[in-house]
Ligand binder design. Structure first.
Ligand SMILES: Nc1ncnc2c1ncn2[C@@H]1O[C@H](COP(=O)(O)OP(=O)(O)OP(=O)(O)O)[C@@H](O)[C@H]1O
Ligand SMILES: [Mg+2]
Length: 256
């Protein structure tokens, strides 16, 4: 797995330059964090990476294949390999569907694909859903509930279960813990860590919270007004060479 972003710029129709000549790469098995304040272009980047928004300049490739925005060519294979978890788990789940049906949606869309956790097993649909729930630390009794009957943290676990059902090479998380209590945030970060270690999945974790990013990721990038102002390994987070803005983020997080 290699994700390459080369000099990518994104200007919205209202002339907002959300990303300005952004370049970075991510290789297999890494956990990379992108941190930046509100409006710095984080969600814009996530949308470009999954091909749901156009970019104006530069190129993005996944395993050497250009990500062509909103084109169906190769989209299916690509979308299987690149899964996304959004901030708002509520809107990601259909309120009228019991959890087990939502859980199976991705697998239903990729009938030719059998994830390794189902290999050789002849499970009913509900049993598959139960297995997915177990993988994210939820009781299988949750399967019959509606999204409205779950807590925020539980819903986010369901979203993660859906995403990992595809055994993606790359999991992009856009503020997956932003709406959760601090203790639940840590649980979700621990879950992501555990899943990553089990599967060697690559994680691109996007957040305004440098503490969350530093907890999960071994490499961090700092985005400010659509520009990458800093990039470093976690071990160098307190290094004097850090960008002033990074230092300010660290300081603000410590005071909080
Ligand atoms: N669809 C859109 N049309 C026009 N401008 C947009 C659109 N989406 C985002 N923007 C603008 O692009 C900039 C980057 O927005 P983006 O959502 O990427 O920021 P973000 O870093 O995800 O912020 P937050 O932390 O609040 O989620 C902002 O100035 C925003 O107003
Ligand atoms: Mg955002």
């Amino acid at each position: 797995m290699t994700l390459l972003v080369e000099a990518v710029s994104k200007q919205y129709s209202n002339n907002v330059l959300a990303l300005n000549e952004l370049s970075f790469h991510v290789v297999a098995g890494e956990s990379v964090g992108i941190v930046g304040e509100s409006g710095s272009g984080k969600s814009t980047l996530a949308k470009l990476l999954v091909g749901i928004e156009y970019y104006n300049k530069g190129v993005i490739t996944f395993d050497g294949m250009p990500i062509v925005p909103k084109k169906r060519i190769n989209q299916k294979k690509f979308r299987k390999n690149v899964q996304m978890v959004f901030q708002d788990a509520v809107s990601a789940l259909n309120p009228k569907l019991p959890i087990w049906k939502s859980l199976l949606e991705p697998l239903d869309n990729y009938k030719e694909f059998t994830p390794s956790f189902l290999d050789g097993e002849n499970l009913t649909r509900k049993e598959i859903a139960a297995q997915l729930l177990e993988m994210v630390g939820l009781e299988k009794e949750m399967a019959n509930r509606l999204p409205g009957e779950l807590s925020g943290g539980q819903k986010q676990r369901v979203s993660i279960a859906r995403a990992i059902s595809m055994e993606p090479k790359l999991l992009i998380c856009d503020e997956p813990t932003a709406s959760l209590d601090a203790s639940i945030q840590v649980q979700i970060l621990d879950l992501l860590k555990e899943l990553q270690q089990k599967s060697n999945m690559t994680i691109l974790f996007i957040s305004h919270d440098i503490r969350a990013v530093a907890y999960l990721c071994e490499r961090l990038m700092v985005l400010k007004n659509g520009v990458k102002v800093d990039e470093f390994k976690l071990v160098d987070i307190y290094h004097e060479d850090r960008h002033e803005y990074t230092k300010a983020l660290i300081q603000a997080a410590a005071i909080d």
